[in-house]
Write a protein that binds this ligand. Structure first.
Ligand code: GUN
Length: 296
């Protein structure tokens, strides 16, 4: 069997076009242009690429994209002042602090400073609490993108056994909470595995839908996958590739070549979950701008 490739770029383009229509409508009827601010602290090269991609996508959807680059030695107070200034700026409806932050800055401190109404990453206690309570407002973009990918490519998680590998606050936990909800496009039975799980392959082999978000290159091999499973690869790992000009290439958490012989469908890296994440961030930003309009 050779797996169907779930084309994240194509699905994301559909969503981005729907969002662009929503942006035009907001402009035409309310004279409001959604504004997204992304704060990047330091010089992490992968983060710089992510931020550039987010900014480009926001601009293409007709939004205002503000990119705030702060030096690596930015202090806690300086970061705090930047967040507060954007929180008070009426032209900015969605904002996020790109992670990881430099070592000396506490990510929890930064997240706690974000106003929940502009927290388009869905990481504040308010927004993660609303997801736990089954009435989500801003769902973190990667989990939201995975759910849309499953629905739009015809692999509804309803009643399926989903195994999530990874327990991060940004992917593992929220995707699990999202897919157990009593709602269309969810209703799954979810098992969460992580670095301390014993005999992980016995569990992953039970998955109808396997979500790999561990951050270890090609960790999931074909022996860990049930025949006919749907495999979603969230990993973005840089590995050395001397033959390339950049000196590296990106691989996922799944051994794509081996697993695609066994799975029914699989997401590629790049071109899978990544573009969906950006599309859902824009969706959250549009929703934030709509909420702003509704409160005027
Ligand atoms: N770093 C990697 N992914 C993300 C994300 O979705 N949001 C933020 N803020 N930082 C990230």
């Amino acid at each position: 069997m050779t797996a169907n490739i779930i084309d994240g770029t194509k699905l994301a383009n559909q969503i981005r076009s729907e969002i662009a229509d929503g942006v035009q409508e907001l402009k035409a009827h309310h004279n409001i242009t959604p504004g997204l601010a992304v704060i990047l602290v330091g010089n992490d090269p992968a983060s710089a690429v992510y931020v550039r991609n987010k900014q480009r996508a926001a601009t293409e959807a007709g939004m205002i994209a503000e990119d705030i680059k702060l030096p690596a030695e930015t202090t806690r107070d300086e970061l705090s002042a930047t967040i507060t200034s954007l929180a008070n700026n009426d032209d900015i409806h969605g904002m996020l602090v790109q992670m990881p932050l430099p070592e000396h800055l506490d990510p929890v401190f930064a997240i706690d400073k974000l106003p929940a109404s502009k927290d388009v990453d869905g990481l504040t206690s308010t927004n993660s609490g609303l997801l736990v309570g089954g009435r989500p407002r801003f769902i973190p973009a990667t989990p939201a993108g995975i759910q849309q990918m499953l629905i739009r490519s015809g692999y509804d998680p309803n009643g399926k056994h989903v195994v999530v590998c990874g327990r991060s606050d940004i992917v593992g936990k929220p995707i699990s909470l999202l897919l157990i909800q009593k709602q269309l496009g969810a209703n799954a039975t979810v098992t969460i595995c992580h670095s301390r799980t014993h005999d992980i392959e016995t569990i992953t082999r039970q998955a109808d839908i396997l979500i790999a978000a561990i951050g270890r290159p090609r960790f999931i091999n074909s022996d860990m996958v049930k025949k006919g499973a749907i495999v979603i690869d969230v990993g973005v790992n840089r590995i050395e590739a001397p033959e390339r000009k950049s000196g590296y290439r990106l691989v996922g958490d799944v051994d794509f070549d081996g697993v695609s012989e066994k799975a029914k469908a699989i997401t590629p890296v790049p071109g899978g979950v990544g573009p969906m994440t950006i599309a859902m961030l824009l969706k959250n930003t549009l929703e934030a701008a709509k909420s702003y309009v509704a409160q005027q």
